[in-house]
Design a protein around this ligand. Sequence first.
Ligand code: ADP
Ligand code: K
Ligand code: ZN
Length: 432
Amino acid sequence: MTYWNPEIETMDLACLRQMQSERLVKLVHYVYENSPFYRKLFDDNKVKPSDIQSVDDLGKLPFTYKKDLRDTYPTGMFCVQNKDLVRIHASSGTTGKPTVVGYTKNDIDNWAESLARGFTSVGLGEDDIVQIGYGYGLFTGGLGTHYGSEKIGATTIPISSGNTERQLSLMEDLNVTAVLCTPSYFSYLIEVAEKTGKSMIHNKNLRIGIFGAEPWSESLRHRIEEKAGIKAYDVFGTSELSGPLFTECQAQHGMHIWADMFIMEILDPETLEPVLPGGTGELVVTTLLKEALPLIRYRVGDLASMETGVCSCGRTHPRLMRLKGRSDDMTIVRGINVFPGQVESVLVKIPEVSPHFMIIIDRNGELDDMKVQVELNDMASDKVEDYNRLRNRISHDLRSVLNLSADVELVNPGFIPRSEGKAKRVIDNRKY
Ligand code: ADP
Ligand code: K
Ligand code: ZN
């Protein structure tokens, strides 16, 4: 078993907790002294830094929100002056106005450290050739994973997103061993490779994919692993926390959240109390080491669950289980919660369709109508009776997963727009 930082990664839980307490105490003084935003937040909530003596006092601290970043746009929550900043990124604003995030030299190092641990945990090292298909630029995906990959000494190819033919040819010509991009883009790469007659499975060197930045399902993992002949791992992060940060280890059972750097809470969205162990709730994160933009009890906006036992890989740090989707990505149709991931998990089990789909919601009088456009692939037959049978099967499977009936429209291969980054899965035409 190889670790990047064995002492920290396998540290016993009591020591980790002690470390968290010490860092949390320092953090609350740091933000109070260095940021007018935090000083006011603490004062308004009648909390003094001296009230916080250990992680047990975490619940006394107020929450922070994406809205705070927007209200103080661009840099009102930063705790350092310009001379200490070495980088700025901005979120793509998938769910609203963009936000700006900043980094000191140490912030960049810790971000890379977090990924170096994760990349090592899936078996990557200095002999690997890593193709980075996340977007470079203001989006954190490209540069973030780039620094992590270089940190472990892997040969890093900064191709960025897009340029599909080139992705495939470089992968082959340079004997790439690992690819990083969104799972939807990788599915598209597989599709294009198949069209040109060379399935990725013939690419003997490729053994690892690290996919994230958007929700994806366990069934899509199996499909990708089978079609490309690789091991596929999940990676999670958000720009506010730095960018992509946490990956699964070889156990493929949750993404290790490095507890020396972050405190993760899973809270009941109604009561804001911690959920029972293993339960689903809102992900809330406190950054212990960030300098430029520390976040206290930040409401990330994702629904998640965590596991805390020691992992079979020997790492003691808690694991964030596969995410269902953002709490604000969830669509409510006729009173029922719908996550695009649920639709995906149905479709990947059906050989005649591709995992590209679009959910379209309209309002018909008082009722919501949900339509799912599903793309056929080359395995679909063109006989009418087969076509109807396929539609019925998809409708039936969707109903049993969603508890909701949806109109299924089968569309031709290539009909659904492909994205190079995060895929758009829902068009909501309802007027509110
Ligand atoms: P933006 O908010 O502009 O989309 P971010 O890159 O910060 O930019 O997006 C972070 C969000 O992306 C997370 O809060 C989460 O909803 C989603 N996300 C990232 N990685 C994953 C993943 N592995 N599984 C599910 N969702 C993910
Ligand atoms: K190398
Ligand atoms: Zn593990």
